[in-house]
Write a protein that binds this ligand. Structure first.
Ligand code: ADP
Ligand code: GLC
Length: 525
């Protein structure tokens, strides 16, 4: 198949979180499976300098944006064994210090920046000699692409591609004042209320527009696909999602084991594998040395790598650690985000000197070292669409301790679920007490070397490779193209995990309804 992937971040060119990892890896996986995948993303600051092989394409975007026009240039980069990638070059919008924000403040023109980017994606899909059968867009930043394509179809685009929207995180919807809708230059009926347009309580909601107009919608785990149709985790869009449930499915993200592995990884102090585990201990001792914790292989070492956002359960983690750090354990954290949470970790480090190491900012090298050097990895998320770090932890033989939500629940096996296959520790209630109890269970596992070895073996054997996952996306793409051609559902072609057929929504009563974030994601790099 021919698939155009559009995303506001793509690893290794830009990244604030798992979205970048996922799109980068999906492109590669589609190519490995013999398909033609092309990626399009903004040309942010510093990318061109890092990739001198990049070429300018003889192409000039000059597109209406409300009452004005905006222009951009196009760059391309061919990569062996990888998806070809196009970069949209608009220095005013994208040559900035951050991707979505600076000094914790979102750029005021994010609607303009990403509506323009979305229009470039549509223009590319329409006029590239290489014709995509499916345009697969990721998150709110490009969620208006399906509506823009539909409008061009109405205006005479003969054979447009089908569209697929992946929701990586429903809490970020791209909500802007109603006036921003004018930037789309779409007719007013695309802004209709009552679930049929991009309007949401008088505001523009880009993600809602995507949900309504995309031919297929996926999210990044089966459980999260069910959760987002409930009031608890629907972030205000559960009703719209229920109405569109027949085109919604959940596909657990894969892991790109060529980047995330313990045998050929230049970030690590020593290689190791399920049959040669000695290297894991070297990584632990060197990590302790690097982050200035007492170097002692006997002390259980816990770690976290995360955006410091409400979603990630920082509040209950701080509470649980406060209690558990009175035992003989160490904790290392790498993260960046909310100043309030950063303060929380700094205070913790000050109260438990020699037991807590905190690092702020983005550090890819250290992230691999934490994954490899720790005994346990903490992910107590309030909600988690998929989560990648718990899957990286499993491959690194680092036992994940996770809250049973979204993709965390789908990817980790607790002792209570299977004594023989257990590879992690799960807890349910969103409280510090429940997390502290899970940490005590981890310590009990740690105290039994044979059990710990069994958990590690199970963890390292878990397989989330993209080769498996990519087939599920292809089923969705095929279904979307059929749907688009016939404009009615053909039940036989519905992939296995389409959730319209499932009855019981998952209720997580302890989860506070997350606030809808009006603007964009996370930290500047
Ligand atoms: P999310 O996308 O919600 O942030 P995921 O678990 O899907 O969560 O993915 C997070 C990705 O970002 C992982 O690759 C993780 O290693 C990386 N990451 C998060 N924070 C940092 C950081 N401070 N430094 C380096 N990598 C980070
Ligand atoms: C989002 C989610 C995370 C998911 C990632 C990649 O950022 O928060 O759970 O793993 O996207 O799909």
């Amino acid at each position: 198949m021919k698939i155009l992937l559009a995303s506001s971040e793509v690893y290794p060119f830009s990244k604030t979180g798992g979205l970048a990892d996922m799109v980068g890896a999906l492109g590669r996986a589609l190519v490995n499976a013999g398909h033609e995948a092309v990626v399009v993303t903004p040309l942010y600051r510093g990318i061109r300098e890092k990739y001198p092989a990049m070429r300018r394409v003889d192409w000039h975007f000059d597109l209406p944006l409300g009452l004005h026009n905006a222009t951009a240039e196009l760059w391309e980069l061919d990569r062996v064994g990888e998806a070809k990638i196009y970069f949209i070059d608009h220095p005013g919008y994208f040559n900035r210090a951050g991707i979505y924000l600076e000094n914790h403040i979102s750029y005021a023109d994010n609607a303009e920046r990403y509506i323009f980017f979305s229009k470039c994606v549509v223009n590319l899909a329409r006029y590239l000699p290489w014709r995509a059968e499916v345009v697969h867009v990721h998150d709110w930043q490009v969620a208006l692409v399906p509506a823009l394509i539909l409008q061009q179809k109405k205006e005479g685009w003969g054979n447009p591609p089908a569209t697929c929207l992946t929701i990586h995180n429903l809490a970020y919807q791209g909500v802007f004042p109603a006036e921003a809708f004018a930037l789309t230059n779409l007719p007013g009926d695309f802004f209709a209320p009552d679930g049929v347009g991009a309007e949401y309580f008088g505001l523009l909601n880009c993600l809602k527009g995507g949900i309504v107009f995309a031919d297929s919608i996926t999210t990044v785990s089966p459980r999260y696909a069910r959760e987002i149709t409930t009031e608890e985790l629907g972030c205000g869009l559960d009703g719209v999602l229920r109405e569109n449930a027949s085109k919604l499915s959940g596909i657990l993200n894969g892991v790109d084991y060529s980047d995330w592995n313990t045998t050929k990884n230049s970030h690590l102090f020593a290689p190791y594998s399920v049959t040669k585990m000695a290297g894991k201990n070297i990584n632990k001792l060197e990590l302790q040395r690097q982050v200035a914790l007492p170097v002692d292989e006997k002390i259980p070492l816990f770690g976290t790598i995360s955006r410091l956002a409400e979603q990630k359960g920082v509040d209950i983690q701080l509470g649980a650690l406060e209690e558990m750090l009175n035992s003989n354990i160490q904790f290392v954290q790498l993260g960046s985000g909310s100043p309030e949470y950063e303060r929380g970790y700094r205070d913790l480090a000050a109260r438990f000197p020699g037991k807590v190491a905190v690092q702020f900012g983005y550090d890819e090298n250290l992230s691999h070292r934490i994954e490899a050097g720790c005994d346990f990895f903490l992910m107590p998320s309030r909600f988690e669409p998929c989560g990648l770090n718990q899957m990286y932890s499993l491959r690194y033989g680092t036992i994940p301790i996770v809250r049973a939500t979204g993709g965390l629940d789908d990817s980790v096996i607790d002792y209570g679920q299977s004594a023989t296959n257990a590879n992690g520790v799960k807890f349910f209630e969103y409280t510090s007490r429940a997390l502290a109890k899970a940490i005590r269970k981890a310590l009990a596992i740690y105290a039994q070397p044979e059990l710990l070895r069994q958990f590690r073996r199970n963890a390292m054997k878990a397989d989330f490779s993209w080769a498996k996952t990519v087939g599920e996306y292809l089923a969705v793409y095929r279904h979307a193209t059929k749907l688009f051609a016939t404009e009615h559902v053909q039940t036989s072609a519905v992939p296995a995990q389409v959730i319209g057929a499932r009855s019981e929504p998952v209720a997580i009563s302890s989860v506070k309804k997350p606030a809808i974030k009006a603007t964009v994601k996370r930290m500047a790099k």
